[in-house]
Design a protein around this ligand. Structure first.
Ligand SMILES: O=c1[nH]cc([C@@H]2O[C@H](COP(=O)(O)OP(=O)(O)OP(=O)(O)O)[C@@H](O)[C@H]2O)c(=O)[nH]1
Length: 616
């Protein structure tokens, strides 16, 4: 199996991953596959007892997930993608099928069952090939499964609960994530590790080779519009180099380059011995799809920012679907420019194009229109108006280091009401998405009062009071921030257990509390300011009281993609920096906090909880 030709078979096709799983997305994009993500709406409720084996159940679920997406896209667009990939991961032990836990108790039941024993993880995969003829959708399904055996160590109740309280089990089959904290529970693995994580990449690649070289008809099942596809269109799939544009050319590829590329493609591909069409004996390197995506990444961000700034998503949320000409009229822009922007948004998965015009995807409705509870519209605007220009100085910041760059182009003090509100809205959008995970990363029910330092709009305070009925929270922030907090308090959900107090945590007396919270504060500051702040908190906190710090912890292993730009952000913007766990732990211990524990709160934040020791 030569890597490049395998994934390369799909590069000229429009591929959709019918899955909301971030792990599947990561595995496939790391393999160099280019695809769109359209999570399936198929409800995983098939009758397990009606399947002869657990893997038959996983395969059928995977297939139904993929078919639902293929049909939905065809219905909307009258044009389905070329290939839709669906997957379903289950854990089996003693004849029982375990899926994702529904709550902490369910996670506990699952993990207790797996404790000290060996179990199987099955992932069923369906590769659906779509072909539209005369608006009629033909579907061909190829499917397979992979099994991996995993053995858990003997684990204490305390450890199980600590793991459950980390929040990690909730979206994972069997209630654990082998790729993260859950790896600590595992004694050994037999088989494909990535299969446990959610996608059997090795078997998938073998399947592609099989499908695109020598189609084995017995592997294919006929599916009509609602079930089995016709086999006779399968010839279209055996990728006899041809249709579709060459992604390597990108949108800047001129006619000359394209002709050359096409010329290459009509030659015989690399043979089993690795001889290429030029007879040089070398295969071309794997297609660097991920790299090209990175190179173009700034264009995608800017298109998103501009669409937000022109209120495209707001207009479509209220009036969509609309034709480009009508949208252009509403946003006061040229028709040709609007049309191009809209098509880019479609390619980015933010809009859908139907015969009635453009409309928001669910993602855009929820996160990019400016009015939703979980809107990131202001975060996009803040990034456009503020970070974009700061990042143009990244080279300078890297050459000279944070302090030098900071002196030259420091973050402007928040001046106007407009800027303060934009900043607050940006912070609020992110906090609304992460607050619950931060609030539940540890059991905080022993605390009755908390002070959220720099707590801004009170999004975390609200999640805390919802989670802990006895807890009262004081949000402490600068007067110009507190002045505007009323705009962010949801009607009908106000509580007198949250109060807002204006003040500067470097200068003013801190409110009294059992628990002090610093969520995304410390990374903004250099070491001397962090020490000054921690020492103020430490002298206010009573022995036995707590400190909760939420930050993205720098790890030795390669950072998660989402957290990478954060440390550069700080370099161009402030004198602060991201820190690793030993460094945070050292800082907290130096300021009188002991028993510092770590829990993950989703992909973007980690949470540390420490206890104030009695002064010696
Ligand atoms: O060790 C790990 N085991 C499992 C996972 C993740 O668990 C889920 C399995 O759930 P499912 O197959 O139903 O997939 P969903 O997440 O619901 O997404 P779909 O939209 O595809 O249904 C899967 O995300 C695994 O990645 C893990 O992370 N580690």
């Amino acid at each position: 199996m030569v890597l490049s030709p395998v994934i390369g078979k799909l590069l000229q096709k429009r591929v959709v991953l019918a899955s909301a799983s971030p792990r599947r997305r990561e595995i496939l994009s790391h393999a160099g596959l280019r695809f769109e993500v359209v999570p399936s709406r198929f409800k995983e409720k098939l009758d397990k007892a009606s399947f002869p084996t657990p893997y038959a159940y996983a395969i059928e679920t995977a297939k139904q997930k993929a078919l639902e997406v293929a049909r939905r896209m065809h219905q909307k667009d009258l044009r389905a993608p070329d290939v839709v990939i669906g997957a379903d991961t289950i854990v089996t032990i003693g004849g029982l099928i375990l899926e994702k836990p529904v709550d902490k108790q369910d996670a506990y039941r699952m993990l207790s069952r797996l404790n000290g024993k060996e179990h199987s993880v099955f992932t069923g995969v369906a590769i659906v090939h779509c072909c539209t003829t005369d608006a009629q959708l033909d579907l061909e399904v190829s499917e397979f499964h992979e099994e991996t055996t995993v053995k858990f160590s003997e684990l204490s109740e305390e450890l199980l609960w600590e793991y459950i309280d980390s929040g990690e089990p909730m979206d994972k089959a069997g209630g654990y994530g082998i790729q993260a904290l859950g790896g600590m529970l595992v004694e050994h693995v037999r088989g494909d590790f990535l299969n446990v994580v959610g996608f059997p990449l090795n078997h998938f690649c073998k399947k592609l080779v099989e499908l695109y070289s020598l189609p084995r008809r017995e592997d294919l099942r006929r599916v009509k519009h609602d079930s089995i596809p016709p086999v006779d269109t399968f010839e279209n799939l055996s990728d006899v180099e041809g249709s579709g544009s060459d992604p390597a050319q990108g949108d800047d590829g001129g006619g000359h380059g394209r002709a050359e590329a096409d010329g290459d493609r009509t030659q015989a591909p690399a043979g089993p011995q690795g001889t290429d069409s030029h007879g040089t004996g070398e295969s071309p390197p794997p297609f660097p799809a991920g790299l090209l995506e990175l190179i173009d990444g700034f264009k995608a961000s800017k298109a998103l920012f501009v669409a937000c700034k022109l209120n495209v998503f707001d207009v479509l949320k209220v009036d969509g679907p609309l034709k480009a000409v009508d949208i252009a009229g509403k946003i006061d822009a040229s028709v040709c420019g609007t049309e191009r922007l809209l098509d880019v948004c479609v390619a980015l998965g933010l809009l859908e194009k139907t015969d009635r015009g453009y409309r928001n995807t669910e993602l855009a409705d929820v996160h990019l229109a400016s009015d939703g509870e979980y809107s990131l519209h202001s975060l996009a605007m803040h990034s456009n108006d503020h970070f974009w220009s700061l990042f143009t100085d990244l080279e300078l910041a890297v050459r000279e280091g944070a302090s030098a760059a900071f002196g030259r182009k420091a973050e402007e003090p928040v001046q106007s009401k407009h800027k303060t509100l934009q900043f607050m809205r940006a912070m609020h959008g992110f906090a609304m998405l992460t607050a619950r995970q931060v609030a539940t990363a540890f059991d905080l029910s022993q605390f009755t009062s908390a002070c959220d330092l720099g707590g801004c709009t009170g999004a975390l305070a609200r999640a805390l009071t919802q989670e802990y009925p006895r807890l009262k929270v004081t949000v402490f922030d600068l007067p110009e921030v507190i002045e505007h907090v009323t705009c962010f308090q949801p009607e009908g959900r106000r509580t007198d257990r949250i109060s807002f107090m204006p003040g500067d945590f470097f200068k003013d007396d801190l409110p009294e509390a059992d628990l002090y919270i610093l969520s995304r504060i410390l990374h903004e500051w250099p070491d001397d300011k962090v020490c000054e702040l921690l020492s103020r908190v430490s002298s206010r906190c009573k022995p036995g009281g707590g400190i909760l710090v939420a930050e993205k912890i720098l790890e030795d292993k390669p950072a998660a993609r989402g957290s990478l730009p954060a440390s550069l952000n700080l370099l161009v913007r402030t004198q602060g920096r991201e820190r690793g766990l030993p460094e945070y732990r050292g800082l907290l211990e130096r300021h009188g906090f002991r028993d510092v524990r770590l829990a993950h709160a989703g992909d973007r934040l980690d949470v540390m909880l420490g206890t104030r020791a009695s002064p010696p």
